[in-house]
Write a protein that binds this ligand. Structure first.
Ligand SMILES: Nc1ncnc2c1ncn2[C@@H]1O[C@H](COP(=O)(O)OP(=O)(O)OP(=O)(O)O)[C@@H](O)[C@H]1O
Length: 251
C-alpha cells in the first residue's frame, strides 16, 4: 500500500507544489491522476520513488517510510517501482531486446554489465516481457525502427522485466495518436489485472482516464480535490478539478 499522510512538497525556490496530500492506494489498484498543467501531478508521482523528496508529512510504501531510505536500501526499493515516461527513454540505436535487458544492469557484476553479458534467464525474461506487451516479434529490431506506440511498449516491457510491484507512468500516452494511446492504455490495464501490479498514471486525456482507470485522483494547485471511482466522475467534478478549463486542458 502507498500511503500519503499530510504530505507537502516545497521546491527549493519556495514554490509549494503539494499541500496536505492524504492518499491511500492499495496493491493492485489502477489510478489516474488528472489536473491542469502545473497542478502537481508529476511532482506527486515522483515523490513515490523519491525522484523528488517530500518536505512535509510522511509517505510510506508497504509500511516503509520512503524518506528514511538511503544508499543500497533506496536502490533496492526503487527496483520494485517501475517508471514510464512520455518520451519512452529508450536507447534507440540498439536492439529492442537490449533495451529490455538494460533493466537487469543494476543486478549484474560491473564487467558483465559493461560488456552486456546477460544470463540466459534474463534473456528469457526479456523475451517474456516483450511477449506480454505483444511485440515479441520486434525483439531483434532496432528500437528506432519502431512506431511511438511500439516504443512505449518496449519501455513497458523493460519495466516489467524488473518485476515491479508498482508502475508509475508520467503522461505515458501524451505523444501517441488516439488509437495507439488506447492500445497502450489497454496494455496497462491488462498488466494491472493479470499481474496485480499497482498502476498510477498522470494523464491529460480525461476520457482515457475514465475509461481505463478504476479510480481517479483530481489535483488542483497541489491539493487533491477529488478522489473516487472513475464511474462517479461528473461534469461538476471535472469543472472543480480543471477550474472550468478542461476544453483547454484537452487541447
Ligand atoms: N524543480 C522545480 N522547482 C520549482 N518549481 C517546480 C519544479 N518542478 C516543478 N515545479 C512547479 O511545481 C508545479 C507542479 O509541477 P508538476 O510538473 O508537478 O505539474 P504537472 O501537473 O505534472 O504539470 P504538467 O501536466 O504540465 O506536466 C508547477 O507550477 C511547476 O512549475
Amino acid at each position: 500500500m502507498i500511503e500519503f499522510n499530510q504530505v507537502g512538497k516545497k521546491y527549493p525556490n519556495g514554490f509549494h507544489a503539494l499541500k496536505d496530500v492524504n492518499l491511500k492506494i492499495e496493491q493492485g489498484e489502477f489510478v489516474a491522476i488528472i489536473g491542469l498543467s502545473g497542478a502537481g501531478k508529476s511532482t506527486l508521482l515522483r515523490t513515490i520513488n523519491r525522484m523528488h523528496d517530500i518536505t512535509e508529512g510522511t509517505l510510506t510504501v508497504d509500511g516503509t517510510d520512503v524518506m528514511q531510505l538511503k544508499g543500497k536500501e533506496l536502490r533496492r526499493f526503487r527496483r520494485r517501482i517501475g517508471m514510464i515516461f512520455q518520451s519512452f527513454n529508450l536507447v534507440t540505436r540498439t536492439l529492442v531486446i537490449n533495451n529490455v535487458l538494460m533493466s537487469k544492469v543494476p543486478e549484474l557484476p560491473f564487467l558483465k554489465a559493461l560488456f552486456g553479458i546477460y544470463p540466459k534467464e534474463d534473456k528469457l525474461g526479456a523475451l517474456e516481457a516483450l511477449d506480454k506487451v505483444g511485440i515479441l516479434d520486434k525483439a531483434f529490431v532496432r528500437a528506432d525502427q519502431l512506431s511511438g506506440g511500439q516504443q512505449q511498449r518496449v519501455a513497458l516491457a523493460r519495466t516489467l522485466a524488473q518485476n515491479p510491484q508498482i508502475i508509475l507512468a508520467d503522461e505515458p500516452v501524451a505523444s501517441l495518436d488516439p488509437v495507439t494511446a488506447k492500445q497502450v492504455m489497454g496494455d496497462f490495464l491488462r498488466i494491472n489485472k493479470e499481474m496485480n501490479i499497482t498502476i498510477l498514471l498522470n494523464i491529460h486525456h480525461v476520457d482515457l482516464a475514465l475509461q481505463y482507470a478504476s479510480r481517479v485522483v483530481g489535483i488542483r494547485a497541489g491539493q487533491i480535490v477529488y478522489d473516487g471511482p472513475s464511474s462517479e466522475v461528473t461534469q461538476d467534478i471535472l469543472d472543480e478539478i480543471y477550474e472550468g478549463k478542461e476544453e483547454e486542458a484537452a487541447g
